[in-house]
Design a protein around this ligand. Structure first.
Ligand code: FAD
Length: 571
């Protein structure tokens, strides 16, 4: 008898499962149930349609139901919601949303891929006609149509995760005045705060009104339409359209009701073969718990790459295969106008939480040879284990070339490399594409130097704290007088690196020293000079480029002159 495989959900994981099952078993009967009106659509592309970068709506429909039927002999049932799984009987209850009828369907194998659902907080008027989420094609159509019809001028996006930032960019490109509200003190939570502020600065510089550390208290308006957003801080913002993007949670209702085991993260527990606690039910995608490649521990990620790979494995195994799904790294990337931010593996915060003895380095390096036009700095933060030098994660911010570097780091993490191995990577170079020493190599060199005690780094976060606690620290700016005049950290003494050997007497050997420059290189040279002369010295990792001036007042030129006279170089 033919094996009957039923699939619940028809997007990234479900569509992958269905087609892989077909490629593995030509004889199986495969039916895919999707409660929405579309299967296999590119939800990652939705913000770019709103932005009008993607203009043809059909381009978002990757595989149509007809293509599933003709090419793969997969029966797609749209507008069919699975309401119950009966594991003992090996049946599901399905409701035909158009006909309003329900029926029972038998399975030999069931693949569960219901994805995640948007978190909607219980705020008054959160269901008003101009408050939207962005998960599906109908969500996208609704936002696009509203913009075309109502010509809103002011938009508020709530939540500064990936989708929030992408929607800010989309609405900004459509000419709306955008406000972004985020409860945390930073945008893009997968990044460390000392990297995320660079993105926040750029978002503000582009004219977006960014409110960090603030939440929505209420929406106000008339006729079921929001006109103002009141924040917890008391600020009131005009809004003609609101996008809610505060996060998603795994859709586990069917699994829970069926008695399937959930994992520690609250998502559906599966083994490496994507099998649930029921031997006839597989699950994949945003609804399931994954294993983190670095920690080896359970985690939850909601990303398209893992969903698609896991779906493939679940589909193969549902028809008798023996595939295993890879662990995840959470590699992800996002753009806001001219800035691109990407992350893979653990950030410093999560590495510490996971119990690692963590060290990190921050470097800035051109994405291609500096002498070739349009060279731009990339900022790379490398997170690694102090004892072993094992790479734990990386974050890259810049514009061109961010994607290439984060993928090298993801590959290095997959190969379980140490930071020393990064120095050995033989990467492609010609002037328009890279440098003889690629930024990834440089990240390796700097981390290796830190490990070998050639330099003792201090992160900008730790230096902020240290300056607040420890008045005996001597802060030395080793850049040029002109750079110092433009902007410097409060309390710093200027001693350019080229004058340092002659001016050692100006630094007290009995007190700790922190040096800094623009990006970290001159600070490294200065710290080598000082260390070899018996000073206890640390170098600000990533230099002044990564210093948050909005939280630690810098000294203006005028202020510096009044303090030190015109000869600022002697300050
Ligand atoms: P989904 O894609 O959510 O599909 C689940 C499907 O199951 C849904 O269509 C749902 O209607 C259906 N379903 C649920 N319950 C039932 C039921 N009871 N009966 C029938 N059908 C049901 N990831 C990236 O890696 N990079 C990106 O750039 C990126 N951008 C994104 C942008 C947006 C706007 C969104 C929304 C997501 C983005 N993602 C991105 C995340 C990525 O799209 C998801 O990780 C991926 O789609 C998850 O696939 P999935 O199949 O598990 O779930």
């Amino acid at each position: 008898m033919k094996r009957r495989v039923l699939i619940i959900g028809g997007v990234a994981a479900g569509a992958s499962a269905a087609t892989k099952a077909r490629r593995t078993d030509e004889t199986a009967e495969i039916v895919m149930f999707e409660r929405g009106d579309y299967v296999s659509f590119a939800n990652c592309g939705l913000p770019y349609y709103v932005a009008r970068e993607i203009v043809e709506r059909e381009n978002l429909l990757v595989v149509t139901p007809e293509q599933f039927r003709i090419r793969h002999e997969i029966d797609v049932r749209l507008a069919h919601e699975v309401t119950r799984i009966n594991p003992r009987e090996k049946t599901i209850e399905v409701r035909d949303l158009q006909a309003g009828t329900s029926r029972t369907e038998r399975y030999d194998s069931l693949v569960l891929t219901p994805g995640a659902s948007a978190i909607i907080p219980p705020i008054p008027m959160v269901n008003a006609s101009n408050v939207f989420t962005m998960r599906t094609i109908p969500d996208m159509d609704a936002v696009h149509e509203y913009i075309e019809r109502m010509h809103p001028q002011d938009a508020t996006v709530v939540g500064a995760g990936y989708i929030g930032v992408e929607m800010v960019e989309a609405l900004h490109r459509r000419g709306l005045q955008v406000t972004l509200v985020e409860k945390l003190n930073q945008v893009l939570p997968p990044l460390d705060e000392d990297m995320a502020f660079m993105v926040a600065d750029h978002i503000r510089a582009e004219g977006v009104d960014l409110h960090l550390g603030d939440g929505v208290r209420s929406f106000r308006g008339n006729d079921n339409r929001v006109g103002e957003v009141e924040l917890e801080s008391g600020a009131v913002i005009r809004a003609d359209i609101v996008i809610m993007s505060i996060g998603v949670r795994p859709d586990t209702k069917l699994a829970r009701d069926a008695g399937l085991q959930l994992g520690v993260s609250g998502a559906i527990a599966v083994d490496s073969r994507m099998q649930t606690s029921d031997p006839h039910i597989w699950a994949a995608g945003d609804a399931v718990e994954s294993v983190h490649r670095v920690t080896g521990k359970p985690c939850w990620v909601a990303l398209a790459g893992p969903a698609s790979k896991q779906g493939r494995v679940a589909g193969a195994n549902a028809v008798g295969g023996t595939m295993e799904a890879p662990p995840v790294l959470g590699t992800s990337i996002v753009r806001f106008n001219e800035i691109v931010a990407a992350v893979t593996g653990l950030n410093e915060r999560s590495a510490r939480t996971a119990g690692y003895d963590v060290e990190s380095s921050v470097i800035h390096a051109n994405q291609h040879a500096g002498y070739y036009p349009w060279a731009e700095l990339l900022t790379i933060k490398t997170v690694y284990e102090r004892q072993t030098g094992r790479l734990l994660g990386a974050q890259v911010i810049g514009n061109e070339g961010v994607d290439k570097r984060i993928d090298v780091f993801a590959t290095a993490l997959t190969a379980n490399m140490r930071v020393a191995d990064l120095t050995e990577l033989d990467l492609a170079y010609s002037p328009p594409f890279g440098s003889a020493r690629d930024p990834v190599n440089i990240a390796g060199f700097v981390s290796q130097n830190q490990l070998s005690d050639a330099v003792s780094p201090i992160s900008s976060t730790d230096l902020h704290a240290l300056l607040g606690q420890s008045p005996e620290v001597q802060l030395v700016d080793v850049r040029t007088p002109a750079e110092f005049r433009e902007k410097h950290i409060r309390g710093a003494r200027l001693i350019p690196v080229d004058e340092l050997r002659k001016r050692l007497g100006e630094i007290d050997k009995t007190r700790p020293v922190v040096v800094y420059c623009r990006v970290g290189l001159r600070g490294y040279l200065a710290s080598r000079i000082l260390a070899q002369n018996g000073y206890s010295v640390r170098n600000l990792s990533g230099g002044i480029r990564i210093w948050r001036f909005e939280t630690e007042a810098d000294i203006s030129d005028a202020e510096a002159k009044s303090k030190y006279g015109n000869d600022v170089s002697r300050a």
